[in-house]
Write a protein that binds this ligand. Structure first.
Ligand code: MG
Length: 197
């Protein structure tokens, strides 16, 4: 009887402990501003500036909007960087790039990421979580810029530097694509407004 009581007490106590842990985990989110700060810090550390990404947006959109300025492109990049899914993609992808650069991943992943193996595809999957945050035209922009590799994308793809940017090149292309689609929607709304006036 005593051992039965001890057993019940043991189960009961552990159940409370377990519930408490689950409850704590559910409320424990990384604060949004901490995530944004870290994501921006990593971009800078890896040599990618807001201007670099704004130039990609300009490359994608200037032929459709003749009065487009780099400043407008920058504003749209800034807005994309405020999204949690974008921040998460940056901190996850860059972490893997850095570990590969330091030769710290297990094989065969180390070799796959280090050599930016064409059939790997997970770098693109992570980038896709960014592409569609402002609608599906981001997808077309992403495909185009990924083929052309203008500006900063050419540097990130240069394998002779010894740096690894297997994830970052897709993430930067995706940020530019998402910012482009935000900009395109914004411009279309403005045109509609003028037509109504
Ligand atoms: Mg890649």
């Amino acid at each position: 009887m005593v051992s039965y009581l001890l057993f019940v007490t043991f189960i009961y106590r552990n159940k409370i402990k377990l519930n408490k842990e689950v409850g704590e985990n559910m409320t424990e989110h990384v604060k949004g501003n901490e995530l944004e700060r870290k994501a921006r810090e990593l971009l800078t550390e890896r040599g990618v500036t807001i201007d670099d990404m704004a130039e990609l947006v300009f490359y994608l959109q200037s032929s459709y909007h003749p009065n487009l300025t780099l400043e407008t492109c920058k504003e749209n990049v800034e807005r994309v960087l405020k999204k949690r899914e974008v921040q998460n993609a940056i901190i996850t992808g860059v972490q893997l790039d850095k570990l590969a650069e330091q030769n710290k991943l297990e094989q065969p992943l180390q070799k796959t990421i280090e050599t930016d193996e064409g059939l790997y595809g997970i770098d693109e999957v992570i980038a896709l979580s960014i592409v569609n945050v402002y609608g599906s035209i981001g997808f077309t922009n992403y495909g185009y810029i990924d083929k052309q590799k203008p500006g900063i994308l050419a540097r990130l793809n240069d394998q002779s530097t010894g740096e690894v940017h297997t994830f970052l090149d897709d993430i930067v292309g995706a940020i530019a694509a998402a910012a482009s689609s935000r900009l395109a929607h914004m411009m279309a709304d403005e045109e509609m407004k003028h037509q109504d006036d």
